[in-house]
Design a protein around this ligand. Sequence first.
Ligand SMILES: *Cc1c(COP(=O)(O)O)cnc(C)c1O
Length: 223
Amino acid sequence: MTSSKPHALAQVQASIAEAEIRAGRPAGSVTLVAVSKTQPWETVAPVLEAGQRVFGENRVQEAMERWSDRREGLELRLIGPLQTNKAREAVGFFDVIETLDREKLARVLADEIQRAGQAPRLYVQVNIGEEAQKAGIAPAEADGFIAACREAYGLTVEGLMCIPPVDQDPAPHFAALRAIAERNGVGKLSMGMSEDFETAIAEGATSVRVGSAIFGSRAYQTT
Ligand SMILES: *Cc1c(COP(=O)(O)O)cnc(C)c1O
């Protein structure tokens, strides 16, 4: 049965609304990105039917296969690592790319945006816990990287994104990401997942990326 999924969606929406109130933030100020990566369509369909319109995917190919025929009226966000050889497809397909994390990618995205005459909104991913296995620019390099994106490549950096270490209190990491955003004049913060989106909202998240709390556990993991 998939009928429990819209119920889970409603619960997440209610938790977001409560977290907004607790944080003294306006109702509706946090965007819910439903992370549908690896989920079978019969799990995603009821959530779409329930009115969810913003979805996050980890892989360019998987996202295009799933969403190309039903793209209308949706906002699609790439939240997984982007290889430069997929940049052209990603620029053409996604509304938001949240994983800009290195100069080479900035350069290629700038070229593809120029070529396409359209730009997805861009978030810089920060490796906020400085974990060897995680993508993202190091916190100490974030200011310089954001400046390079803007000045050398002419990119507009709409937001910052992070995934804190799984085994630590996420709050200080969320606060650290917000501090980087504030000192660089970056307005949006993509932070918080199923386990910690309420904490992220308290720390200033403008969007949260929630997968398993909406759809149930994934058949396989991609990070
Ligand atoms: C998978 C994933 C999520 C969603 O994770 P859940 O714990 O299932 O909510 C969020 N952000 C990124 C970058 C992911 O890869």
